[in-house]
Design a protein around this ligand. Structure first.
Ligand code: ZN
Ligand code: ZN
Length: 314
């Protein structure tokens, strides 16, 4: 018998692991795995099993040496069966109906057990209560209402100046400007005051500035030239955090002193957290819309006295 069909017996077992195309040893069709001890397609697997069960005996209508291919495998059952035996298929591997049923049952049982385990895992997962879900959605909504990720307001800040030496008088002017203006409201929308008693916004700003110390007029101009912009940025960011805080359930029920204490102790942290939204690890910068409002780490260090990271800023 001519054996043009690919025989699996020549393939080392590890070749099956490397996604080598699996080919039926009988007819060359795509194989689905080992069946009755040989790599075969589904068609030849079924053919072999049926033939064995029926104890069929075939006769080749030709010369007894037909080449079996995917297309002609139905033409000569005798040569096809001979090929099956030649490549090592064994009737001993055929399961009885009873064995097949037992195997099916076993598979089903394993599936059921796995489904049960999955259901138990699912049931053990921690779940949020309705109340917790509500708080989260309230906070998310408050965040979206007070965080404009188009950063369109940034164009209203005094512009950032990054390059070129700045004259001593210019830097001094910038420095004075930022100190006097940063704490005042330089935006059209005034900082929302907390209900019971207005939050002393100027004090809040002064506090942040004091934390880092005031700028030294002898320091280089590039550092000072960013100050007005960054001061506006911080001022704006704090306003937005105050707006956010007021939407947190329960915040407005606190006394004004408590509200201020909370804001003072955490506004910078919240600003830092928010700044992550615009930060990219790729170029280690905060991108807030226009190219002018892309802040490098160096911009931050230039403005360390503002005691915050720019960029996210709001
Ligand atoms: Zn086949
Ligand atoms: Zn034949």
């Amino acid at each position: 018998m001519e054996s043009t069909a690919v025989s699996t017996s020549t393939l080392a077992p590890d070749e099956f692991d490397r996604n080598v195309p699996r080919i039926c040893g009988v007819c060359g069709d795509k194989a689905t795995g080992f069946h009755f001890n040989a790599m075969t397609c589904e068609g030849c697997k079924g053919f072999f099993r049926r033939s064995m069960k029926r104890k069929a005996s075939f006769t080749c209508p030709f010369s007894g040496s037909c080449t079996i291919t995917k297309d002609n495998r139905r033409h000569c059952q005798a040569c096809r069966l001979k090929r099956c035996v030649d490549i090592g298929m064994m009737k001993e591997f055929i399961l009885t109906d009873e064995e097949v049923q037992r195997k099916k049952d076993l598979i089903q049982r394993r599936k059921d057990e796995e489904a049960q385990r999955e259901a138990q895992r699912e049931a053990r997962k921690p779940r949020l209560t309705d109340g917790q879900t509500l708080v989260i959605s309230t906070l998310v909504e408050a965040h979206h209402k007070t965080f404009d990720d188009s950063y369109s307001d940034f164009s209203r800040f005094r512009p950032p100046v990054r390059e070129g030496p700045v004259t001593r008088s210019a830097s001094r002017a910038a420095s004075l400007h930022s100190l006097s203006d940063a704490s005042s409201d330089s935006f059209s929308h005034s900082p929302e005051s907390v209900d019971a008693k207005p939050v002393n916004f100027n004090n809040l700003m002064m506090m942040y500035q004091e934390q880092g110390g005031s700028p030294d007029s002898s320091e280089d101009g590039s550092r000072l030239s960013m100050l007005p912009h960054l001061a506006d940025l911080v001022s704006y960011s704090i306003q937005k955090v105050i707006g956010f805080a007021k939407m947190i359930p329960g915040f407005r029920c606190l006394t004004a002193d408590d509200q201020i204490a909370l804001l003072k102790s955490s506004a910078i942290e919240v600003i830092m957290l928010r700044s992550n939204q615009s930060f990219s690890l790729e170029d280690m910068s905060w991108s807030c819309g226009a190219p002018d409002f892309k802040y490098q780490i160096s911009d931050v260090t230039k403005a360390t006295h503002l005691c915050t990271a720019p960029g996210g800023m709001y």
